[in-house]
Design a protein around this ligand. Structure first.
Ligand code: HEM
Length: 422
């Protein structure tokens, strides 16, 4: 991918494009623009950090996140999911090098969205290579509508920050291309231990960001100006997210860790925005009642911290299919909540224009991959097809989303994040 022309796009779009392109050239362009890279010392100008301030759980981000005006956790704006393959045989020395590299990043950036939030995960292929039992299964197709590719690389680092320069710089620092991220020396890097693998996933989330991509084929002008996600509606309400405790592994060698599934989807936004009315879109995203009663507002701003789909609206899903000929995505998915109403998944998904196509990297944390499969199956609503809705048609948002790729990972607790079991 080539670097975009800064004179042809807005500043935010330019920064977003630089994250998508990646590499040291994109990083310098980014630092030039944000005004922090002028001197020889480089650096992104973010707050620096202290490893001792990070919690024991890698996935414990909520305490660091800010909140929106309603009190929902606000995800970091910029994301890179870096794929890695092992390039050596791990032993105690190598593990120390890897841990030192991660600690260097924690010194370079604060545990804060203005600094860097990150997690490190390992795939089934990794555990096979080091001769350990596989704590997560190989990824598989989950629904009859998909034939995805699967992540086969060994390890993954999810980097997230409100600053585009930070995710780019942290990535390059890990790979040994930048010596002093944010002005702080890397005491070790992953060079020689891991090498970059494919795919490199990137993305963004936040009010106004999706609407900046209307220049791209497949992103219609009708994406609402203030929408935080491409499909035009708010997501990630506090009440519909699993608490971090609920996704934490309780026993065994990885107690304190979690599992991560990454489902990469492409979106058919043209049809979504141009075929349906706003009421239909609200019905398909949340529930028919939300559409009929005008419960959501333009982009879901009326919903506060809860969609209100859990309970009665979720229980009515099958009847809505039969009687209204339509069911909502959130309504359907909420059927998979625990008996006490707790959602089992902590969704940390974000928008993407990787490969110049609008999409979502649906990154989800849960105690076990089985739980993801169970919720995803419920969301697919294959039980509803023929009951008044089709396999895709009027069955939530299935007509507009296409699964391209899946990956399963184990995120160990922080103290075991460097080459576990090796
Ligand atoms: C392009 C893809 C997707 C979009 C645009 C989307 C959008 C949304 C929206 C707007 C909500 C309601 C807001 C909220 O509760 O936070 C929601 C809820 C939810 N979605 Fe999605 N979603 C997508 C894909 C998925 C996938 C792949 C899954 C996989 C299981 C999923 C699972 C859920 C769950 C579990 C809920 C919460 C239901 C509850 O209240 O218990 N979504 N989604």
């Amino acid at each position: 991918m080539e670097l975009p022309d800064p004179d042809e796009v807005s500043r935010r779009d330019y920064l977003r494009s630089l994250v998508a392109v990646g590499g040291t050239a994109a990083l310098s362009a980014c630092l030039d623009l944000t005004g922090d890279g002028g001197g020889d010392e480089g650096g992104s100008g973010a707050p620096t950090g202290d490893p001792a301030e990070r919690p024991a759980r890698q996935h414990a981000w909520n305490d660091a996140l800010g909140t929106d005006e309603d009190g929902n956790p606000r995800p970091p704006e910029h994301h890179v999911v870096l794929a890695l393959n092992l390039a050596t045989t791990p032993d105690a020395d190598v593990r120390k090098t890897v841990e030192t590299a991660f600690r260097s990043l924690e010194r370079a950036y604060a545990y804060d969205p203005a600094g860097l939030l990150f997690t490190v995960g390992y795939s089934p292929a990794y555990f096979e290579q080091v001769g350990a039992d596989q704590p997560v299964p190989d990824p598989e197709a989950i629904t009859t509508l998909e034939s995805p590719e699967f992540d086969g690389f060994d390890a993954v680092v999810h980097l997230a920050s409100d600053e585009a320069a930070v995710v780019l710089e942290a990535e390059e620092a890990l790979l040994g291309e930048v010596d002093e991220p944010n002005g702080v020396a890397m005491e070790a890097t992953l060079e020689g231990v891991f090498e970059r693998a494919e795919p490199r996933r990137t993305g963004f989330v936040g009010p106004g960001l999706p609407a900046q991509h209307t220049g791209l084929d497949g992103v219609p002008d009708s994406v609402p100006e203030e929408a935080p996600f491409f499909m035009g509606f708010r997501s990630g309400f506090a009440e519909s997210q699993a608490p971090e405790d609920r996704v934490t592994i309780r026993d065994g060698p990885y107690a304190g860790g979690t599992t991560m599934h990454v489902e990469s989807l492409t979106l058919q936004l043209q049809t979504w925005f141009e075929q349906d009315s706003h009421t239909q879109r609200v019905s398909k995203i949340y529930s028919p009642e939300h559409g009929e009663e005008g419960l959501a507002g333009d982009v879901g701003e009326k919903l506060g911290t809860s969609t209100g789909v859990a309970g009665e609206i979720a229980e009515r899903t099958e009847r809505d299919a039969r009687e209204r000929g339509m069911v909502g995505h959130a309504q359907k998915a909420a059927r998979a909540r625990d008996d006490d109403g707790t959602p089992p998944l902590l969704r940390r998904d974000f928008n993407t224009v990787d490969n110049e196509v609008p999409g979502v990297h649906f990154l989800s944390l849960q105690r076990s991959i089985d739980e993801f499969v169970r919720v995803r199956t419920t969301m697919a609503g294959e039980d509803l097809a023929g009951e008044g809705v089709g396999q895709r048609l009027n069955n939530g948002i299935l007509q507009y989303i296409f699964v391209r790729r899946r990956g399963n990972f184990l995120l160990p607790p922080r103290e075991d994040r460097a080459l576990p079991e090796a």
